[in-house]
Design a protein around this ligand. Structure first.
Ligand SMILES: *[C@@H]1O[C@H](CO)[C@@H](O)[C@H](O)[C@H]1NC(C)=O
Ligand SMILES: *[C@@H]1O[C@H](CO)[C@@H](O)[C@H](O)[C@H]1NC(C)=O
Ligand SMILES: *[C@@H]1O[C@H](CO)[C@@H](O)[C@H](O)[C@H]1NC(C)=O
Ligand SMILES: *[C@@H]1O[C@H](CO)[C@@H](O)[C@H](O)[C@H]1NC(C)=O
Ligand SMILES: *[C@@H]1O[C@H](CO)[C@@H](O)[C@H](O)[C@H]1NC(C)=O
Ligand SMILES: *[C@@H]1O[C@H](CO)[C@@H](O)[C@H](O)[C@H]1NC(C)=O
Ligand SMILES: *[C@@H]1O[C@H](CO)[C@@H](O)[C@H](O)[C@H]1NC(C)=O
Ligand SMILES: *[C@@H]1O[C@H](CO)[C@@H](O)[C@H](O)[C@H]1NC(C)=O
Ligand SMILES: *[C@@H]1O[C@H](CO)[C@@H](O)[C@H](O)[C@H]1NC(C)=O
Ligand SMILES: *[C@@H]1O[C@H](CO)[C@@H](O)[C@H](O)[C@H]1NC(C)=O
Ligand SMILES: *[C@@H]1O[C@H](CO)[C@@H](O)[C@H](O)[C@H]1NC(C)=O
Length: 704
């Protein structure tokens, strides 16, 4: 289908080429147009076969042309031939006009019989008047005109009339009955004669004496003007259609067969029936020339003439009889799109592109896979850590609570990484055996402390969860508040409220060098810590034994309010359980309850003992245990007890702490401390009593 379409296009092009080339050929005469040894032109007009001037040079009598010796003009009968066209199968002639003038008025030179002023005839017995290219016209102001002829061997007439009162009535360029009239010519008119007449012998138009004219003229070759009424050319151009084989073809038969006798078309040509009878010849596609000659149709060399489509790079044109085709130059061949390419370059390009695409595809695929696998790994890891870190236990524990205000939030690793600027070392606020504490800034501008535990093993998981659960249940001003935790990392992270002023340990033992901590503050801190512990022991449900009470576990906020922290070792004691619980001994040397150490029986009195040590620390400003001191002074609790027995209280007290007003108070606190430090737990007061006594002492001091 596509190929056919292409072929059709090519045909169309060829026809176009044919026309334009033969046009120029009439001037260039590059193709033979007449029979050999025959005159092929006359007076500048080409005379192509089947027309000819001498006997034997034309096809038959109806194509005989004479070349006038005097005027050197080709004549067809008694009309001048202006042009002969093979392609359009017509001839252009110059024919006389018919004229009739008022008596005595001869507008042009006198005429004789052969070009009689009225009724010229065109004995064109074989050729028809072209109906498409001519028009019948009459000019005059008192005029009617006839065209008489034969159509299909029958006599036939037509005409028109033109009237005007004065020449000014006529309009230049208009031929519609005033001064000029016209009518179409029917098909197939032959052997015509023309006549022009006056209706009334020009009576009405005596004043300007116009003649009457009748003529057939090629369309657009005559434009009526007012002048035409007085002065019209003697001859007008007219077109006649011709055909060959007038006797072999019926009128109106437009087909033709090659096998008829006296067939006139030459080689490489075809024929076409004329609607006026006969036929004419055409060169087939790819040929041009005179199809009526035996070898008139000659191959068109499209390659030389350039009217081919072999314009691509490295493309050559090959001409063949009647056609041409495109080939690629040596070493090149067509690719899919019809371009000529070098096979190697083509291969190389394909190879390169192929490799490139492969590499890109592999890169994309592998990076995609890598991302997915990584993402999966990470998620799995997070899930594993979550489980490992007791996330499930915690979730169960937390879901048991319904106090939503105390709800512990479970943070994601991302949130905490952002909060700590990816655990930047500048944000470290504490470091020790337990792990590292970072200062963090949450999205809502809340400042928090994030405790990153050291690697936690399976056994410690419970402890960790413990702290979370314990703290999540506590809401006390003097207990550090747990805000949430993160279980997605290998080591669990705890998020606390940020307590800005460090630990009590630092406050007493380091700060004292720069600034002295007055007794009132110490007492208040003691009271607050005691209240916190008292709350844990009796008010919290279930009650909680801290198990690691020491000065470094008591934090101080911006107003130096105490906040008890680090519940990693704390133990929950169900309410109904009053007796001691057997546990592995845990705590800090120096604060550790000796009874607990011996029996492994944990009671809330262990915390009381440890608190006693803290009290002594507050009183003496000395560390609970210090290897810098002489051996008998190393354990502060023991040293303090022995000092008191020896009545040397004011020697061991912090320098400058005692004054006249608080001496009594100091004595009382010291006594309370010794009670807390008693060997037997049951001899020690409980935290509630301790807290109340301390508060009582402060009030007493205020009252005095
Ligand atoms: C040229 O034209 C022919 C016929 O129309 C077609 O078959 C051929 O593919 C064309 N070649 C190019 C290079 O366009
Ligand atoms: C025209 O000239 C040719 C020779 O050139 C001559 O044979 C012929 O008779 C002439 N015809 C007329 C009508 O003079
Ligand atoms: C003859 O007719 C052809 C068209 O049929 C035209 O192109 C050519 O110019 C004409 N020649 C003359 C001398 O009128
Ligand atoms: C009439 O025409 C003939 C030739 O056709 C010519 O010889 C003759 O001179 C013409 N007569 C006049 C009066 O012009
Ligand atoms: C009509 O045409 C003629 C010349 O052809 C000119 O002299 C005349 O002025 C024209 N008349 C009008 C009304 O245009
Ligand atoms: C041609 O026309 C003339 C006059 O019109 C007539 O006498 C003659 O017989 C016609 N010839 C043919 C062959 O029709
Ligand atoms: C007649 O008029 C038309 C259009 O006005 C013009 O194209 C044509 O050339 C004119 N013909 C003559 C012979 O003046
Ligand atoms: C056909 O042409 C021949 C001359 O070649 C002529 O004698 C004959 O009358 C013509 N026939 C017709 C029907 O025109
Ligand atoms: C045309 O001519 C052919 C061949 O002579 C003939 O078979 C056919 O009937 C003719 N057709 C007409 C419409 O005259
Ligand atoms: C055919 O041509 C031959 C000579 O070429 C001629 O004698 C014969 O009359 C022609 N036939 C017709 C019908 O024209
Ligand atoms: C058609 O033309 C080719 C050359 O273009 C020629 O070889 C061949 O003989 C011609 N065919 C006929 C029937 O003349």
């Amino acid at each position: 289908m596509g190929f056919r379409f292409h072929k059709m296009l090519l045909q169309v092009t060829w026809v176009g080429v044919l026309l334009s080339v033969t046009t120029s050929a009439s001037a260039v005469l590059s193709y033979p147009s007449a029979l050999p040894n025959c005159q092929n032109s006359c007076g500048g007009v080409e005379i192509p076969y089947p027309f000819g001037i001498n006997q034997g040079c034309y096809l038959d009598e109806s194509f005989s042309i004479t070349c006038d010796n005097l005027t050197s003009q080709p004549m067809y009968g008694d009309v001048i031939v202006k042009n002969i066209s093979i392609e359009d199968h017509n001839i252009e002639i110059s024919a006389y006009t018919a004229r009739d003038c008022p008596h005595g008025h001869q507008p042009n030179a006198p005429m004789n019989n052969s070009d009689s002023p009225n009724g010229p005839t065109l004995w064109s017995l074989y050729f028809t008047i072209s109906d498409t290219q001519n028009v019948f016209m009459a000019v005059g102001c008192d005029t009617y005109a006839y065209l008489n002829g034969f159509k299909n061997s029958e006599s036939f007439s037509l005409g028109c009339m033109s009237v005007c009162v004065s020449a000014s009535n006529a309009v230049n360029g208009s031929c519609s009955g005033i001064g000029c009239c016209q009518t179409e010519i029917p098909k197939g008119m032959k052997n015509i004669s023309l006549k022009a007449h006056s209706f009334n012998n020009y009576f009405e138009v005596q004043s300007f004496k116009p003649c009457s004219y009748a003529f057939i003229v090629q369309k657009d070759k005559f434009n009526f003007s007012v002048d035409s009424l007085r002065n019209l050319p003697k001859k007008m151009p007219m077109v006649l259609d011709w055909a060959v084989g007038n006797d072999t073809w019926a009128v109106g038969n437009e087909t033709c067969a090659v096998n008829t006798k006296n067939y006139s078309c030459g080689g490489n040509s075809t024929c076409k029936g004329s609607e006026n009878g006969g036929y004419f010849c055409l060169c087939i596609n790819g040929y041009r020339g005179n199809p009526y000659l035996k070898d008139g149709c000659q191959d068109i060399d499209e390659c030389k003439e350039g009217n081919n489509n072999c314009t691509g790079k490295n493309t050559d044109c090959v001409n063949e009889p009647g056609r041409y085709y495109c080939v690629c130059s040596m070493g090149y061949h067509f690719d899919d799109r019809g371009a000529c390419v070098h096979p190697s370059s083509n291969l190389a390009i394909k190879f390169t592109i192929g490799i490139g695409i492969c590499i890109i595809a592999m890169l994309v695929c592998s990076s995609w896979l890598y991302l997915i696998i990584n993402q999966r790994k990470l998620t799995k890891l997070k899930q594993r850590f979550f489980q490992q870190n007791g996330g499930l236990i915690l979730q169960q524990q937390l879901s048991g609570q319904d106090n939503s205000s105390n709800m512990v939030k479970i943070f994601t690793t991302k949130e905490l990484e952002k909060a700590t600027n990816n655990y930047h070392e500048n944000l470290i606020i504490g470091q020790g055996g337990f792990g590292t504490v970072y200062k963090g800034f949450l999205e809502d501008d809340k400042i928090v402390a994030i405790k990153k535990s050291k690697r936690v093993d399976e056994s410690q998981i419970e402890q960790f969860i413990n702290e979370v659960v314990v703290l999540s249940q506590i809401n006390h001003t003097n207990v550090v508040k747990l805000l949430g935790c993160c279980l997605e990392t290998q080591v669990p992270l705890l998020v606390y409220e940020f307590v800005p002023n460090g630990t009590l340990f630092e406050y007493i033992h380091h700060a004292s060098k720069v600034s002295f901590v007055p007794w009132e503050t110490r007492l208040r801190i003691a009271i607050e810590s005691a209240e916190a512990l008292s709350y844990l022991h009796s008010a919290a449900s279930p009650s909680i034994i801290h198990r690691d009470v020491k000065s470094s576990n008591i934090l101080l906020d911006d107003k130096h309010t105490a906040k008890v922290s680090d519940f990693g070792a704390s133990k929950l004691v169900p309410l109904d359980q009053t007796q001691a619980i057997a546990t592995m001994v845990q705590g800090t040397f120096g604060y550790l309850d000796p009874e607990y150490l011996l029996t492994s029986q944990l009671t809330e009195k262990s915390d009381v003992h440890s608190f006693g040590v803290v009290l002594v620390e507050l009183l003496t400003g000395k560390k609970a245990i210090s290897f810098d001191r002489p051996e008998e002074e190393r354990n502060l609790a023991l040293y303090f007890l022995s000092s008191l027995e020896e009545n040397r209280l004011f020697e061991v007290l912090e320098k400058n702490i005692a004054n006249e007003e608080n001496a009594e108070q100091l004595k009382e606190v010291s006594t309370l401390a010794t009670r807390c430090l008693r060997l037997k737990g049951e001899d020690r007061p409980n935290m509630k009593e301790v807290a109340m006594e301390l508060q009582g002492l402060r009030k007493m001091e205020k009252h005095s």
